[in-house]
Design a protein around this ligand. Structure first.
Ligand code: IMP
Length: 427
């Protein structure tokens, strides 16, 4: 039996979609277990380029069942747009997408509430993707959420919607926004629901059945460990659990059944939104990485902050995820750099300080830290066409081995370009 989780080890955007897409052929089930349409997974394959936010990345493999587990929150408009795009590209999704009726819905009031929070916070705002994640998860844990289950019962949904609008509308009015109209929201949601209704069926049984038959399941994490609500750089994080452990609760699969955890990290670091990032480069090297890596957010289009690889962070996130192997992506982005730095810990005081670990610090203290670097020679050669580890320049191989040593996990894949073939297996 193989149950593999693919998770991000940084602040999201590690190119997990590509790794999932590479691992998905022949897999029985690919499942999302966390987040919502704040995720943006770019997949390039023979059908074209897809930027999916909710649909699990097994959609291009005809025999694969795509499952959205209860840990995911669903924005119906986004989901329907994706299903249309996928079907139009010639991929048949019918009967292959199952959405748990336990999934909570992102309602029109969630992004509005979030915009109020962000606006009032001013400079201390999180810099969210504006998809309403904080408010929808807050409603979920405070027993105010609306789930697919509710939509299948008009009276239940109607009562819950009225109640929520009676709580939310006074807030909108207090902040000078128009209250939401009950009839309009009701009609809109029901009309959208009618389009996906057939996909809403609890996947628990089919997942258990696959486990019994020793079937293969791929668990597709969204965001990255440093955005995790418990262990990320709170409050500059996301609202859900982004760790491999989250797959257990977010899909309904026993923890001991997850046999393999592929941790995906970029060969450098990026971050969108606010919050500490010790290795951020605000100089021309940062710009070079941003340009070479086309570092712009999939969901928001915002330029991503870029910097050196932070091995202190990736070691921590590998440990917390129980990573069995690493996928180091976008190595080619470093092709043009003469010297490459890797962060191995932090100093807090100006002199005579010990090395601090990420897990000892909160976001505020991390902001004040200075990264401690080691330096490695660059390779100054293009690697985009390389298709084997031995074909990489010796300095690039040494860089990969150093990452392995510092992170204390084996690098199993290195990627040097967006295509499926550009991901090189090692060993
Ligand atoms: P939210 O998830 O939209 O609430 O945003 C909270 C923080 O997580 C912000 O810093 C976002 O930029 C970041 N974030 C959320 N989803 C992703 C993602 O898929 N990739 C990268 N950053 C993300």
């Amino acid at each position: 039996m193989s149950v593999t989780a693919v998770v991000g080890l940084q602040w999201g955007d590690e190119a997990k979609g590509k790794i999932v897409d590479m691992l998905s052929p022949g897999v029985e089930i690919v499942a999302r277990f966390n987040g919502g349409d704040n995720a943006g997974h770019t997949v390039v394959n023979s059908y074209g380029t897809f930027k999916v936010r909710l649909t699990p990345n097994g959609f291009s493999s005809p025999g694969t069942l795509c499952v959205i587990g209860p840990g995911v929150v669903v924005n119906l408009t986004t989901l329907i747009g994706e299903i249309d795009q996928i079907q139009q590209s010639g991929i048949d999704l019918s009967g292959r997408l199952w959405i748990s009726p336990r999934c909570h819905l992102v309602m029109p009031y969630h992004p509005l509430l979030e915009s109020i929070y962000e606006q009032v916070k001013g400079l201390s705002r999180t810099g969210t993707t504006k998809r309403g994640m904080g408010p929808v998860f807050a409603d979920k844990v405070s027993y105010n959420g609306i789930r697919f289950f509710d939509l299948s019962d008009n009276t239940l949904f109607s009562g819950k919607l009225r109640l929520q609008l009676s709580i939310k509308n006074p807030i909108f009015e207090a902040f000078g926004l128009q209250p939401l109209d009950y009839d309009q929201v009701y009609q809109e949601i029901m009309q959208l629901y009618a389009q996906v209704k057939d996909c809403v069926r609890e996947p628990f049984g089919v997942v258990q059945e696959a486990l019994r038959r020793d079937g293969s399941i791929l668990l597709e994490g969204a965001q990255g460990a440093l955005l995790d609500n418990n262990w990320g750089t709170y409050p500059y994080c996301t609202a859900s659990i982004t760790l491999a452990g989250g797959a257990s609760a977010g899909l309904g699969i026993a923890p001991r059944l997850i046999t393999q955890v592929v941790g995906v990290a970029k060969a450098y670091t990026t971050r969108v939104g606010a919050g500490p990032m010790p290795t951020e480069l605000s100089d021309s090297t940062g710009e070079t990485i941003q340009k070479a890596g086309l570092e712009y957010g999939t969901v928001t289009g915002r330029p991503r902050r870029c910097g050196w690889l932070d091995a202190e962070l990736v070691r921590f996130t590998s440990q917390i995820n129980g990573v069995t192997e690493l996928a180091l992506t976008k190595l080619d982005v470093l092709d043009g750099l003469e010297t490459i730095k890797i962060c191995v810990g932090y100093h807090r005081a100006q002199t005579g300080d010990r090395l601090w670990h990420y897990w000892e610090l909160d976001a505020h203290r991390l902001e004040e830290c200075r990264p401690v670097y080691i330096e490695m020679p660059g390779w100054l050669k293009p690697t985009v066409a390389v298709r084997s580890f031995a074909g990489l320049p010796p300095q690039a191989q040494a860089y990969v081995r150093k990452v392995e040593e510092l992170v204390e996990a084996p690098v199993r894949y290195v990627s040097v370009g967006p295509q499926r073939e550009a991901t090189i297996p090692i060993g």
